[in-house]
Every structure is written in structure tokens, then in C-alpha cells.
Design a protein around this ligand. Structure first.
Ligand SMILES: [Fe+2]
Length: 133
């Protein structure tokens, strides 16, 4: 199974909402590429640029999810929005470390962010959005 298939309808990480699944697949791709770049050949400005795009994408993604959950009248909305804020706070901290010249900490921060985002996806998004579990 390819990584992107994890998020397809019927896949283990699918939320059952096609738009959200597409965004999750894209998020996984962006994080994977950033980790690869930070661990390999990417220059600091390239990693900074990639990280900036990731933060912008996360912002949009969280807004999409919160709008959908609000429409659904989900009682998990406020818990999910809280975790979204925690993830964004962590991402901002990582971004300021990176932009402040601490490029060596970015790989560790990316692993932590990846872990945080995927835990959130499994424990919150799938639970709140999927109607068949
Ligand atoms: Fe999500």
C-alpha cells in the first residue's frame, strides 16, 4: 500500500470526507518531503520555504475541518479546535527556531510535528468525521 492510499476511501486513515482525506494525503506528502529535504540536500532557505508552506496549509486544513465539524454539529469540535491550536503553537515555535538560525533543531521538530499531526488525525479526525466507526 502506498502512503497516499492510507487516506483513500476505505483506507485505514480515511475520515470518509473526500476533501479532508485529500488534504491529509497532501499533508503527509509535504511533511515527508520536508523531513527528507531537512535530512538531506535541502538548504536552510529551502527548508524555511517548505516549512512556511506547511504552516499555511495546516492553517487552511484546520479551518476546513472546523467548518465541516461545525456543520455536522459535532460535539468534538472544541476539543479538536484546541488540539489544532496546540499543533499551530508548536509549528510556530519550530518556525521561529528555524528562522532564528537554529536550523539543526528542525529535523527533531519535524519528527515531533509529524507525530503530533498523525496522532491527532487518528485519535480525533477519524473519530469525529467517520460515521461508520
Ligand atoms: Fe486533520
Amino acid at each position: 500500500m502506498q502512503d497516499s492510499e492510507l487516506f483513500n476511501a476505505g483506507g485505514p486513515l480515511s475520515t470518509g470526507v473526500a476533501e479532508v482525506d485529500r488534504q491529509h494525503a497532501r499533508l503527509g506528502q509535504m511533511l515527508g518531503r520536508l523531513v527528507q529535504g531537512a535530512a538531506g540536500e535541502s538548504s536552510t532557505p529551502e527548508v524555511q520555504e517548505g516549512f512556511q508552506s506547511l504552516v499555511a496549509f495546516l492553517n487552511d486544513h484546520f479551518a476546513t475541518e472546523e467548518a465541516i465539524l461545525e456543520d455536522m454539529g459535532s460535539d468534538l469540535l472544541s476539543a479538536i479546535a484546541d488540539e489544532h491550536r496546540e499543533i499551530m503553537d508548536f509549528a510556530s515555535l519550530a518556525q521561529s527556531r528555524l528562522d532564528g538560525g537554529q536550523a539543526q533543531s528542525i529535523l527533531k521538530d519535524l519528527f515531533l510535528l509529524e507525530d503530533f499531526v498523525f496522532k491527532h488525525l487518528v485519535t480525533m479526525d477519524v473519530k469525529a468525521l467517520r460515521r461508520d466507526v
